[in-house]
Each structure stands twice: as structure tokens, then as C-alpha cells.
Unconditional design. Sequence first.
Length: 94
Amino acid sequence: MQSCGVFVSPEIIGIKSVKVRDFTINVITADLVAEVFNPNNHQVTAKTADIDVLVGGTKVGKLLIEEAVTIQPQARADCKFKIVVPTHEALKVG
């Protein structure tokens, strides 16, 4: 059970889709739709995100929110993210 005044970070439940937007010599960008759960008893609006992208336990990039998203209390919502991975980081993963 959760206390009224304690904020709990929303949790990514699963990935619904990933679509590569751009793949250049310098960077790979993709659009990702994830299902996110808000465990709090009040709505949450996410305007920014600080989420690392890991491949095989190695950090290769970041997830960014391009548009703010509001998730109702104790609810799930589809959230759109942009994945940014520098190509040199992606090549380190073996």
C-alpha cells in the first residue's frame, strides 16, 4: 500500500513498437511506443525523461520525450519516446 505523500516513478511495462527514423554515420534515431504505468494516486505529467537505453547491459543511448504525456492515477498509457543512439556506441555492443 502506498502513502499519500510519497511519489513513485512511473514504470515502463512493455514496448509496443519501435520504428527507425534515421540511421546515419553519426547517430541512430528511432520512435518507440511503450506502455507506462502510473502507480500514484494522482495523475502524472511527464515532460522530460532520463532513461538510459541498454543493450546487453551496456549503455548505448537515451530515451527522450518529444511531447508531454499525462497518465491518470493507477492507470496505464501509451507513451511515445525518441531513442537516440550515437552510432559509435551501438558498434561497441557485441
